[in-house]
Design a protein around this ligand. Structure first.
Ligand code: ADP
Ligand code: MG
Length: 342
């Protein structure tokens, strides 16, 4: 057991934190807090806080913001995008899930928000490019039931990321409504959206968006550091570290606690990002091309991990992908085509 860590709070009295920690758990809490808070303070517009309140450019998540490894930036377009359009309607899963509830079919009518955990009704979204208005979503109706594993498949540019960002309140729709747990979330304040994303909605992305200056464990704990006051964080840090370790064990990363993101493989970075998304025990995980930058075998492992989390924790997973073979691994697949979801 090491000495108690000391955290200075805004030049005030140093305060000593709760019980001591294991050696490989020890974090320089002061630097950690400074790193995380600096990052948030610099998160002004047009960048917005993402899932765990980390900094992301909305709708540009394929362009890495946080120092991704170089080979990822250089990834040729051909490998990232489906060359031919994919149009699918409800695809039967090759290996049906052993679940009691029957799959929910997406209706073409506006949906009853109370019947779903998350629900988009008549959602529209356009982008203005100079003087041209480009409609992307033209009335999306999509109900997501608690505990299901849903994939949304569509060709590049079909609006998958746009839709996922709307569901995750990273952006607001032009029309229609989005409900979560029976409450409207498309028109709430930015403060409320931050809380929602920090506590209830987990998000992961193709390029992981880990903070490069933080270790794996610190990245995983960062949503809690953001959420809590310094005092609260210190008081709970033993429990938090324990939880972080447990999650990193669940995603198979216990041997990488102290590593920095640039010392990890793509698959390991995605595992860390998944652990970070789950630290606040969200009810739903939104995943934007989570395997899009991984080789086939690693992609399969991440997919297996998501399925395991879905089954064991009853975590709702919504996964967006352009890859049909990945999409059909989900319990239910819907397609996005011509601005609508079938
Ligand atoms: P997908 O994730 O399916 O590849 P996106 O949702 O990223 O598709 O984009 C859908 C369409 O909207 C594309 O034509 C894209 O160029 C456009 N788009 C996305 N984000 C923006 C933006 N911020 N400004 C203008 N156009 C955008
Ligand atoms: Mg996308």
């Amino acid at each position: 057991m090491g000495p108690h860590a000391i955290l200075r709070v805004r030049g005030g009295q140093p305060i000593s934190g709760g019980p001591s920690l294991e050696d490989d758990d020890r974090i320089d809490e002061e630097t950690f807090a400074t790193n995380v808070r600096d990052r948030i303070i610099h998160a002004g517009q047009p960048r917005v806080p993402a899932g765990p309140n980390l900094v992301l450019s909305p709708l540009q998540n394929e362009t890495p913001y946080v120092n991704p490894p170089e080979e990822e930036i250089a990834l040729p377009e051909a490998e990232r995008y489906e060359p031919t359009p994919v149009v699918v309607n409800e695809i039967p899963s090759p290996e049906p899930f052993q679940k009691e509830s029957a799959p929910v079919r997406t209706e073409s009518q506006p949906l009853d928000p109370d019947a779903f955990q998350m629900c988009a009704s008549g959602v529209t979204k356009s982008y203005v490019m100079g003087k041209v208005v480009v409609p992307v979503l033209k009335g999306v109706n999509l109900g997501i039931r608690e505990g299901e594993f849903l994939s949304i498949v569509g060709q590049s540019g079909s609006g998958k990321s746009t839709l996922l960002h709307l569901l995750g309140t990273l952006d607001a729709p032009d029309g229609g409504t989005i409900h979560f747990d029976g409450q409207r979330i498309d028109n709430i304040s930015s403060g409320q959206r931050d809380i929602l994303r920090n506590r209830f909605i987990g998000m992961i992305f193709q390029f992981y968006h880990l903070l490069p200056e933080l270790s794996v464990l610190e990245n995983v704990l960062s949503p809690l550091m953001i959420r809590d006051s310094a005092w609260n964080y210190l008081r709970n840090r033993s429990r938090y570290h324990q939880k972080g370790r447990e999650l990193l064990e669940a995603v198979g990363l216990t041997h990488r606690l102290k590593h920095k993101p640039n010392e990890l493989s793509g698959g390991e970075m995605q595992r860390a990002a998944i652990a970070r998304a789950l630290i606040s025990e969200p009810n739903i995980l939104l995943a934007d091309e989570p395997t899009g930058n991984l080789d086939a075998r690693t992609a399969r492992e991440i997919l297996d991990l998501l399925r395991e989390l879905n089954r064991q924790r009853n975590l709702t997973v919504v996964m967006v992908t352009h890859d049909l073979s990945i999409a059909r691994e989900a319990e239910r697949t819907v397609s996005i085509y011509d601005g609508r979801v079938d």
